[in-house]
Design a protein around this ligand. Structure first.
Ligand code: FES
Length: 147
């Protein structure tokens, strides 16, 4: 049975379909673009790490951990303590990497170098890596912002 007139005109339907598709495409493009331009700052006040995951570290070794959405590094000292750094370069906030063979931290963005204690030693970084406070509670290592 054919209706004498359309309840939902074809043109309106196609315009809605096209407009909805374009809106979805725009949202899919603009969302990630906004996240890139204005990255979320999700730095925690502290993180808890299972001590068992780090208890077997030899003196002078460094392991990664997640400091919110940034890399963190935990180093075992010769005295058996732990020190922690935020793995973000003090030049322009690139992530740094620890090179175990060289026992240094490296920022690939502009060839910045930090020694194994996080002290800036070469390249453009103007300051040492930011230190975090490390303590223990039961079977957890508590890493938090240094006072
Ligand atoms: S951001 Fe690390 S050296 Fe420039």
């Amino acid at each position: 049975m054919k209706l004498p007139y359309s309840i939902f005109p074809r043109r309106l339907f196609l315009n809605g379909l096209l407009g909805g598709g374009l809106a979805a495409l725009g949202a899919a493009f603009i969302g990630p673009l906004l996240k890139f331009v204005i990255p979320p700052t999700r730095e925690p006040d502290q993180v808890s790490l299972p001590l068992a995951d780090f208890a077997d570290m030899a003196a002078g070794t460094v392991r990664n951990f997640a400091w919110g959405n940034k890399p963190g590094f935990l180093k075992r000292t010769g005295a058996g303590d732990y020190v922690a750094f935020v793995g973000v370069c003090t030049h322009l906030d690139c992530n740094v990497a620890f090179l175990p063979g060289e026992k240094r931290f490296y920022c690939a963005c502009h060839q910045g170098w930090y020694d194994e204690d996080g002290i800036n030693i070469a390249g453009p970084p103007p300051a040492p890596l930011r230190r975090l406070a490390v303590g223990a509670e039961g079977d957890q290592l508590i890493v938090k912002k240094a006072a």
